[in-house]
Design a protein around this ligand. Sequence first.
Ligand code: AHR
Length: 499
Amino acid sequence: DTARVSIDPAFAIGDVDRRLFGSFVEHMGRCVYGGVFEPGHPEADPSGLRGDVLALTRELGVSVVRYPGGNFVSGYRWEDGVGPVGDRPRRLDLAWKSIETNAFGLDEFMRWARAARVEPMLAVNLGTRGVQEACDLLEYANHPGGGHFSDLRRKHGVEQPYGVRLWCLGNELDGPWQVGHKTAEEYGRLAAETAKAMKLVDPSVSLVACGSSNRGMPTFAAWEATVLEHTYDHVDYISAHTYYDPSDGDRASMLASAVDMDAFIREVVATADHVAAKQRQRRRLKISFDEWNVWYQARLQHDLDRRGWEEAPALIEDTYTALDAVVVGDLLVTLLRHADRVGIACQAQLANVIAPIRTITGGPAWRQSIFHPFALTARHATGTVLRTEPTGPTHETTRHGEVSTVDTVATYDSDSGALALFAVNRGDSDLVLDVDLRGLPGLAGVAHTTLDAGAAPDAANTADAPERVVPRHVGVPALDAGRARILLPAASWNLIRFA
Ligand code: AHR
């Protein structure tokens, strides 16, 4: 079989925003404790930040990191996590049935973010708390001084404000599982009032209103419409979350998960634009896709049920396969394709909890299979996203109906002259991709890298075998009169570079 795609710089979607390569650190399981933070670990610095995890975070190419949750934030008192560590209270974390020691809090996270060279994105608690506590936290983080909370930060040894730009107005408040779950009407009003007050504290912040927890929520789209009726004037982004679960073993559907993400994005954009039309708004909102990943979700309830209240229990430490990595690569293709409307995206989470980086407490850290497509995309997707419309074979899937077997997106960096084509073969046999590059004369092939799951879809990296699933260098793509013929192995993610 052959698929075809043309790449032309005339068809630009938008610039590649580095914020598309975000991640997420939640107080959940061993993401913080034993993940990014482990005092006494041989690789930890004097403040307990694990140097091996920091190095992998930088290698991953992460830009923005959302913190501290997630479901955790909806019951969190941020004040518990600042000041002398010995004075910090232990609390029940209702979201994850865990004991929170508060040894890691805002100031530790900001120190970590600086060391990791990432932009912080903070979430406020709109589950059990409201306008006042959000403003107090924002004052602590961003106000120079002269008020109670900004002076408290200075008393804690942080003279200069952190200047955090990105703030989430709560987390997944449409979800009945959320502590402090709300109707769209209740949340919309609270989010609008919180946003207005936060902008009085610091007008420079960008705010994210909660959209739906996933596309399958019974309230999906109606939730966004109602929330945005209240908040459109006050926010910059509407969030979206999605996880794809391979547990049922339906590989064809799993491999085509990006079809669902693509439809989700288009539907959120349509809903936001509908509200904009009704309100005669000229400004268009962007999506903050601030949780996305593959997650073997069926295992979570089992994890929680069999445990008592523990500190940093090992929760949802999914081991990712080669097939999962291909899916993650395709989800990144989808996010890039919507670069005009998706302004932020955070893979959830960074360490241990459904994460590209795994660790053993007291032991090593390693890259999961899904680390690789993320790191390569973050490194090579630069410049402008170009629209590509692949034609070729389609196939049937149970969950998504008929899907295109090949998915592509391209980025072109006019400064460096680098062209990156990201191509996924979602099918179960090899095929050839015929690439027409006549719109970019003078290019030469640089490298074709593939991560394919055809031969060993369940292969995974472990502490003992951390390099079982790694991308493979296939060769230098040959160009003949502006055309290249690229072999895409069955069930594979590919990066094809020209310059
Ligand atoms: O990332 C794990 C959890 O998934 C988050 O806490 C929550 O927001 C989502 O449901």
